[in-house]
Ligand binder design. Structure first.
Ligand code: DOR
Ligand code: ZN
Length: 346
């Protein structure tokens, strides 16, 4: 027997598309299922100006296979030298949808990120004034803070002070990984949302470290203990509109993952929706999948829900695809640890 569900075309509110050969290979994996995505600006060099964002958007649209419809929602990478006028012009023209804050050193290509948060105060004030949301990688990088505590400490030391100093700023806590992140978002009266990735609903830190190290499960923020994963699942499947999907699908070639100093990132674009359907079904919340993948994020960003639709159908479980090929080398697809019962009908 097969069951089907129909949803408005989903959005991915946090996506790494990269550039060049890698972008050409991974873009169709997202555009096939998602109508829009917030495109992360952590290229080398990063996308820091409006002109760079426009050029990057053009490259994405050029790489989009004929017949696919997809809207990249561009972001600027916040640095201590960001020009508020350039940012405001890029936002006013509709070129950018948000600005991304990386604490310097927090993750892949974040060396140009912010060290001294006081220095970006005027830019944040301007963003509040013009209604441009800030997407935040919420981890401190102080070497004395344990990597598993970095999100919780960031909330206390950085995020809450920023939000108090600039109360009108709309903030998305990206890829939350802790019960502390969930609680902080729930405690805010307005102007705060959070993305949750596919993989953080599936793995905890044991998946990375028990029975041999699993580099393909290593991402940042790193997966935490099981009670945090359960808090994320409850937030994602609970119907609260402050939580929405941001896959953080972050492709790296296998040679860059399977290394003595491997890159952080899980590549979930190809199988996110089937995995999420399974998660929501298991949690008795299949009727709330639509909110999480297609409605809550649009509402937060003040954008319309997409007009097209996709259909998911349930039948016999099949193994997840293992990898995709790129001209830079193979990229392993996130393995949820179970066969997929749901698939997107094409
Ligand atoms: O795991 C991650 N990979 N987390 C990030 O924040 C960045 C991303 C990447 O760009 O590879
Ligand atoms: Zn990311």
């Amino acid at each position: 027997m097969s069951t089907t569900i129909r949803l408005p075309r989903p959005d991915d509110w946090h996506l790494h598309l990269r550039d060049g050969a890698m972008m050409r290979a991974v873009l169709p994996e997202t555009a096939r299922d998602f109508a829009r995505a917030i495109i992360m600006p952590n290229l080398v060099p990063p996308v820091v100006t409006g002109a760079q964002a426009a050029a990057y958007r053009d490259r994405i649209l050029e790489a989009l296979p004929a017949g696919m419809v997809f809207e990249p929602l561009m972001t600027l990478y916040l640095t201590e030298d960001t020009d508020p006028d350039d940012l405001a012009a890029a936002h006013a023209s509709g070129l950018i949808t948000a600005v991304k804050l990386y604490p310097a050193g927090a993750t892949t290509n974040s060396a140009s990120g912010v060290r001294d948060f006081a220095k970006v105060r005027p830019v944040l004030d301007r963003m509040a004034e013009i209604g441009c949301p800030l997407c935040v990688h919420g981890e401190v990088t102080d070497p004395d803070v344990d990597i598993f505590d970095r999100e919780a400490v960031f909330i206390d030391r950085v995020l809450d002070p920023i939000r108090r100093a600039t109360p009108g700023l709309r903030v998305v806590m990206e890829h939350i990984t802790t019960a502390d992140g969930v609680a902080y978002v729930q405690s805010a009266e307005s102007g705060l949302g959070a993305t949750i990735t596919t993989h953080h609903l599936i793995i905890n830190r044991n998946h990375i470290l028990v029975d041999g190290i699993k580099p393909h499960y290593y991402c940042l923020p790193v997966a935490k203990r099981e009670d945090h994963r359960l808090a994320l699942r409850k937030a994602a499947t609970g119907g609260d509109a402050r939580f929405f999907l941001g896959t953080d699908s972050a492709p790296h070639t296998d040679s860059n993952k399977l290394s003595a100093c491997g890159c952080a990132g899980c590549f979930t674009a190809p199988n996110s929706l089937p995995i999420l359907a399974q998660v929501f079904e298991e949690d008795g919340a299949l009727d709330r999948l639509e909110g999480f993948v297609a409605r809550h994020g649009a509402a937060f960003y003040g954008l319309p829900v997409n007009s097209g639709s996709i259909t998911l159908s349930k039948s016999d479980p099949t193994p997840t695809p293992t990898h995709i090929n790129t001209d830079d080398g193979p990229v392993t697809v996130f393995d949820p640890g179970f066969d997929l019962s749901w698939r997107v009908v094409r």
